[in-house]
Ligand binder design. Sequence first.
Ligand code: TYD
Length: 136
Amino acid sequence: MSIADCRIIDLPIIKDPRGNLTFVESNNQIPFGIERVYYLYDVPGGSERGGHAHKGLSQFIIAMSGSFDVVLDDGKNKKRVHLNRSFQGLYVCPMMWRELDNFSSHSVCMVLASQKYDEADYYRDYGEFMRARWGT
Ligand code: TYD
């Protein structure tokens, strides 16, 4: 899996004058089954989240409200993705260092995850991540 696999996915929109509706299903719009949902909210201005990689976890990140940036880094290539639509999300494959910043006020970051929380699945040390990813 490379940084090119980490991409924005457009979700279906059921347009309706009463309000639009968007949905996500396991292994349908996104390439994994959903085992966990978590969300970040009440994020103070200037905060940075993330700063880690996952060994096996796939994630799909949606700006449910407001906006923020996700910086992806595979150790060789980096890209910054701005999320600001509740009908789009960013697929993040395993073994990808990520940082989240540039949160707008009242932003809500919802994350769909392929596995339950497991601290053993994290690389929280960038050097350790680099050694595991590239052997350097
Ligand atoms: P972390 O994944 O480091 O947050 P972020 O990437 O948004 O900066 O998690 C922060 C803390 O919350 C850490 O102590 C683990 C805990 N946590 C859970 O207990 N369950 C979860 O599903 C998540 C995502 C985190």
